[in-house]
Design a protein around this ligand. Structure first.
Ligand code: GDP
Ligand code: MG
Length: 442
């Protein structure tokens, strides 16, 4: 597939903005990739349409060709679609018991995942109780008991003579007496979406207060996952999803379909049969996997890093010659913001290097406030003053302090730090010469 993509890229020669032809050509390949990854057809169609609208007319980033630019946009959209960050299972506050109900088709991995989750909660100092509500297969209770024992977590069961809703109720009493703060109900699945199964889950929900209903879906079921997820969401309502069996060779398009159709977040992914094989869900990793264009994506990332490196080198040159002025100061702050982290490049900035040691948390609100203050001061300078810091005499500093709403002492301090680091840079030739961090960033 990526060979095909390379060909598409070669044919796209236009520079500047993405044309309709650029976008359409690249999106044909993306569409194939998504369908190959088992993303639901309707979801693919909607997705392609959205991206097409967004992409046409966008600037092509330096260092990328139009096809790669489209892929960059596609990747960002995939990440956005799956929820831009990781989501935790929401627990009840304080010592209140959180009730989690596991739902899903037979064989999806509910019982296994129940025990996996219990292990995670235990590590966090919680005291989970696992409840055997699958009364149809005698082996199911045994399976939960064995897994619970492996995890060192208590399992509550009443055999198979009671209704699941009654078992859940009894389990709540047990948990209250026993000091459990999380109750996980392992329910029975069916081979297909089935009214009895939904009715049973509904009954459990009526019998006890369920705080989180978690749908467990097998990644290998591919496009079926959409029907499963939307049925469960319509009939009983779900709060989050766990996608299992991603250790197989499926690209995991199910994850995208599910999120697109239910709007519910994916919480964890199952990566194997062992009880430790449950991982946090990372939308960016999933997007890359679904797209299956790892080589193209790393190329795109590299282009982004090179762009930063170019800028960084220019700035480093200026620093070496002590030509670094307040305009550059502003630039570096802007770039820092784009990179999302202060600490990574803080030490490289004049003045900030000194502060870095004194500040306990570089990404803290306080240091952000300091940055904003500094920025305000620079904005209050005339362009001339920014380019030539030596101009700053007391009356100018006074004006700047007023403009930025700070004390003159603050202005003095900043200018002093700035001058000190300029001096230091002059003394240390070669300090700034090499490449920056491990990705050539600041
Ligand atoms: P349930 O019917 O929904 O309770 O599903 P089970 O928990 O019994 O799991 C069905 C099968 O899938 C078992 O053989 C599990 O070991 C297996 N399984 C569950 N999760 C995973 C996973 O993330 N990866 C792999 N490879 N197998 C899994
Ligand atoms: Mg089970």
């Amino acid at each position: 597939l990526s060979e095909k993509l390379q060909n598409v890229f070669k044919n796209l020669r236009s520079k500047g903005r993405l044309t309709e032809a650029d976008v359409k050509a690249a999106l044909r390949e993306v569409k194939m990739a998504l369908l190959e990854a088992d993303v639901n057809f309707k979801v693919v169609k909607g997705f392609i349409k959205d991206v097409q609208e967004r992409a046409i007319g966008q600037d092509v980033m330096n260092g990328l060709n139009p096809g790669q630019m489209v892929i960059k946009i596609v990747n960002e959209e995939l990440i956005r679609l799956m929820g831009s960050e990781t989501t935790e299972i929401k627990l009840q506050p304080g010592s209140a018991i959180t009730v989690i109900m596991m739902a899903g088709l037979q064989g999806a991995g509910k019982t296994t995942t129940t025990a996996k989750l219990a292990g995670k909660f235990k590590l966090k100092g919680k005291k989970p109780l696992l409840v055997a509500c699958d009364v149809y297969r005698p082996a199911a209770i045994k399976q939960l008991e064995i897994n619970g024992e492996k995890q060192g977590v208590e399992v509550f069961s009443m055999g198979n003579k009671n209704k699941p809703a009654d078992i859940a109720k009894a389990a709540m009493e047990h948990a209250a007496k026993n000091g459990n703060n999380i109750v996980i109900l392992d329910t029975a699945g069916r081979l297909h979406i089935d009214e009895d199964m939904m009715a049973e889950l509904q009954e459990i929900k009526e019998a006890v207060t369920v705080h989180q209903t978690i749908l467990v879906v097998d990644a290998m079921t591919g496009q079926d996952a959409v029907n499963v997820a939307s049925s469960f969401n319509d009939k009983i309502g779900i709060d989050g999803v766990i996608v299992t069996k991603l250790d197989g060779d499926t690209r995991g398009g199910a994850a995208l379909s599910i999120k697109a159709v239910t709007g519910r977040p994916i919480l964890y992914v199952g990566m194997g049969e062992k009880l430790s094989d449950l991982e946090q869900f990372y939308p960016d990793r999933m997007a890359s996997r679904i797209l299956g264009m790892g080589d193209v994506l790393s190329l795109i990332e590299k282009a982004g890093a090179e762009l930063d490196e170019e800028k960084a080198k220019k700035m480093a040159d200026k620093m070496k010659k002590a030509q670094f002025d307040f305009e550059d100061y502003l630039d570096s702050m802007e770039q820092m913001r784009k990179m999302g982290g202060l600490s990574s490049i803080m030490g490289m900035m004049p003045g900030m290097g000194n502060m870095a040691g004194k500040m306990p948390d570089l990404d803290s609100e306080e240091s952000e406030k300091k940055m904003a203050q500094m920025e305000a001061m620079i904005f209050s300078m005339t362009p001339e003053e920014r380019r030539n810091p030596d101009l700053l005499n007391p009356s100018r500093k006074h004006r700047i302090a007023k403009g930025a709403g700070v004390d003159i002492a603050d202005v003095n301090r900043m200018v002093k730090q700035f001058n000190e680091s300029r001096k230091m840079m002059k003394k240390l030739p070669g300090l700034m010469g090499g490449k920056g961090g491990k990705r050539g960033r600041f």
